[in-house]
Design a protein around this ligand. Sequence first.
Ligand SMILES: Nc1ncnc2c1ncn2[C@@H]1O[C@H](COP(=O)(O)OP(=O)(O)OP(=O)(O)O)[C@@H](O)[C@H]1O
Ligand SMILES: [Mg+2]
Length: 388
Amino acid sequence: MNFSPAIAPAGAAHEDTPDVEFRGVSKLYGDVRAVDGVDMALKRGAFVSLLGPSGCGKTTCLRMMAGFEQPTTGQVLIRGADMTHVPAYRRPVNMVFQHYALFPHLNVEANVSYGLRQRSPAPPASEVKKAVAEALAMVRLGGYERRRTWELSGGQQQRVALARALINRPAVLLLDEPLAALDRKLRREMQIELQNLQRNIGITFLLVTHDQEEALSMSDQVCIMRDGKIVQAGSPRELYDEPVDRYVADFVGRSNFFAGRAGSGANGTIPVTLANGFATQGRSPTTAAVPRAGETIVLSIRPEQMVMAGRAADLPGDVTSRLEVVLRNRIFLGEHIEYLVEHATLGEFLVLIPRQADQGDRFATGDTVSVGWRPKAALVLRSTAAQA
Ligand SMILES: Nc1ncnc2c1ncn2[C@@H]1O[C@H](COP(=O)(O)OP(=O)(O)OP(=O)(O)O)[C@@H](O)[C@H]1O
Ligand SMILES: [Mg+2]
């Protein structure tokens, strides 16, 4: 797999030593390969997300980092030290679970101090009190020590769960869908709060989510998982602009896909013949392998990369691929208009036009218009059998 700059390469020393590293980690439950040969390195102080559909192995990865599970094969390193067989309570990581499970019979202070009080010998009461106050201040709940858990809102309960994990001063905080139980507005607020918290305290966060918007908006790095493997790791921008395959292009943002066949290209431009015989061009994302001439490919074009005009002659000169389409649906989105268009042989696809663009606003359902794209807007992705 590819590591982009913000994910440190394996084996580096000292400050460059990743906080957490997986080397060839696999986990089998009977016949189920929950995690399959994962290499991953979390750079110190980074906000990293694990993004993937249900059952792809995200929680299992986190549990192996935390020490609740042991890999079947491979190694888990924390700050360069092999922790593969070190029990959870001796690892400098803390996990916040999806169901934050506060102890309902304990007040906020007792919940937050729980980890400290379990230590032997337990720290003196004055120290515990001070640590609780600090942890609550981090999550902006100073003064809530005496509150009962049922006297807190969902967001406040989530912050108590965070404080409970932070009080141990972990090197890494593992967050397993911590916001899933919250409603949309509260979720957005907590996302911003989590980001601020991570920036202020500077420890490494690994967030598990299956919400792509959440992963993209919060993280420095996103690892996209599928069937126990990491398909691609990179910054949100890299994943959006340079997906290695159709799966990533589809998972991160929206895209139009057209099946076709690659020709032999030069200067980075690849000629492509679509299934209906339409001749066009695209480019290979820099992180992906260039397809061979004759190989079956998928052309991926983001809706906002499409251009529209009343007549083909009115499209900008560098829009070399042009199609006549009928507007089937028009959705007003404020800054943009989203059109569902239909081509006689290629079928339906999406076109997103900013209202500021000349003419973007003037078409109506049923109109016949021209749409097109520039070669650099069309990504030529290899279509393996698994992605078909
Ligand atoms: N203790 C277990 N015993 C058997 N199979 C397990 C166990 N834990 C997980 N699995 C299986 O391993 C695979 C990965 O599970 P995991 O919980 O890591 O997925 P996930 O990506 O966290 O999914 P979700 O988004 O639904 O939480 C699944 O097929 C799951 O059924
Ligand atoms: Mg899970």
